[in-house]
Design a protein around this ligand. Structure first.
Ligand code: NAD
Ligand code: DAU
Length: 356
């Protein structure tokens, strides 16, 4: 049994689905179901005994202790976070609550569980913290890619809270001996990506005939990784990573935002051409820049490749094709997410939160 937190979000739900393609080991999935959590992502697991969902907060120490005592997981994988940079700029408080205080409380419950666990479980146990490349700050065009040894220079409220959580995780290893691992990954894309983020937003807006907003000059560079490749990296690290280490995860795929959006448009032009024959790229508009916008991220993933023999299976060309196809094949998912209908459903379904 493993405990996954934030397993109803974008990467977490992809991870849960991917896990069961490789293993029958059960997962208990603890998620607060914020606006970003969506149980529809996991509807293919309905009636599957391997997956057990608990609606709750990683910051609820008593709830987490109860889950740990009852389920006795051999690993915890912490995806739960507030994840959107623009929201952190509008209001950092939730980011501080979940990403910093929530992670600290999850670690406190873990410490309580770990210190009284039998030695066989202690030897096996791992706490994997899922983090981001944004903790390293912004690169100039000629800088080498981020290595695990780069100093932390977070620039947004989001990345500052993720950086703080990484440090707390590290401290729980050095001070209390909790067997932690941390992954710092680049930008993910793929199915179930909430349409507030660049790629799903542009797919959604393109199909809805709306503008595709590019911040500033569109020359900001991100490294893009297909979400399933992030999932396989996390499985590698939790099984074979060296305790106390951090591993950078990336796709060797640096692209300027404008090129990402133009690629999305050209895939859409092929798969679902517009009736008037024009390209979706004609919907691109340049808008006001994000405050403090980091110019370039790039990941040196050689440590995880060399130590753990991990490499991504998808290129950007294959991954973006799969992604756009998924959105075209799942209009109901997008419609529910954007209409907020699934939130109404949650209120009905979870008026009485299930407890373990
Ligand atoms: P997301 O916003 O899609 O999902 C976050 C999930 O966490 C949601 O299901 C939400 O309901 C849940 N959650 C939020 N607060 C919670 C709390 N207090 N208790 C329990 N659950 C809570 O995020 P994502 O894009 O899937 O990112 C997952 C993790 O990966 C985050 O830690 C993020 O920092 C990290 N990450 C994301 C990316 C990316 O490109 N999306 C890249 C690198 C790292
Ligand atoms: O690098 C990893 C990070 O990637 C994760 O830690 C974050 O959780 C995840 O949200 C993502 O952060 P970004 O800020 O890079 O992702 P986003 O999709 O919001 O933006 C990608 C780039 O596109 C960024 O440079 C901002 C730009 N952008 C974004 C939006 C939403 C636009 O130009 N227009 C937009 O409308």
């Amino acid at each position: 049994m493993i405990l996954v937190t934030g397993g109803a979000g974008f990467i977490g739900s992809n991870f849960v689905l991917d896990w069961f393609q490789h293993s029958d080991e059960p997962i208990i999935n603890l998620d607060k179901l914020t606006y970003a959590g969506n149980l529809q992502n996991l509807k293919s697991l309905a009636g599957d005994d391997r997956h057990r969902f608990v609606k709750g907060d990683i910051g609820d120490i008593e709830l987490v202790k109860t889950i740990l005592a009852q389920e006795r997981p051999r690993a915890i994988i912490n995806f739960a976070a507030e994840s959107h940079v623009d929201r952190s700029i509008l209001g950092p408080e939730e980011f501080i609550s979940t990403n910093i205080v929530g992670t600290y409380r999850l670690l406190e419950a873990t410490r309580w569980y770990f210190t009284q666990a039998p030695s066989a479980l202690q030897e096996q146990f791992r706490f994997l913290h899922v983090s981001t490349d944004e903790v390293y700050g912004s690169l100039s065009p000629s800088d080498p890619a981020f290595a695990e040894t780069n100093r932390y220079e977070p620039n947004s409220p989001y990345s500052a809270t993720k950086a703080a959580s990484d440090h707390i995780v590290r401290a729980y290893h050095h001070t209390y001996g909790i067997p932690v691992l941390t992954t710092n990954c680049s930008n993910n894309y793929g199915p179930y990506h909430f349409p507030e983020k660049l790629i799903p937003l542009c797919i959604h807006n393109a199909l809805a005939g709306k503008e595709l907003p590019i911040y500033g000059d569109g020359q900001q560079i991100r490294d893009w990784l297909y979400v399933k490749d992030h999932c396989s990296a996390i499985r590698c690290v939790v099984e074979r990573g060296r305790v106390g280490e951090t591993y950078n995860v990336g796709g060797w795929n640096e692209m300027a935002n404008i090129d990402v959006v133009k690629t999305v448009c050209s895939v859409l032009d092929t798969l679902k051409p517009k009736a008037d024959g024009s390209s979706y790229a004609s919907q691109i508009v340049f808008v006001k820049d994000r405050p403090g916008h980091d110019r370039r991220y790039a990941i040196d993933a050689s440590k995880i490749c060399e130590e753990l023999n991990w490499k991504p299976a998808e290129t950007f060309e294959t991954g973006i094709l799969k992604t756009v196809r998924w959105y075209l094949d799942n209009p109901d998912w997008i419609a529910n997410v954007t209409s907020g209908a699934y939130q109404n459903w949650l209120n009905l379904q979870y008026g009485n939160s299930p407890q373990p």
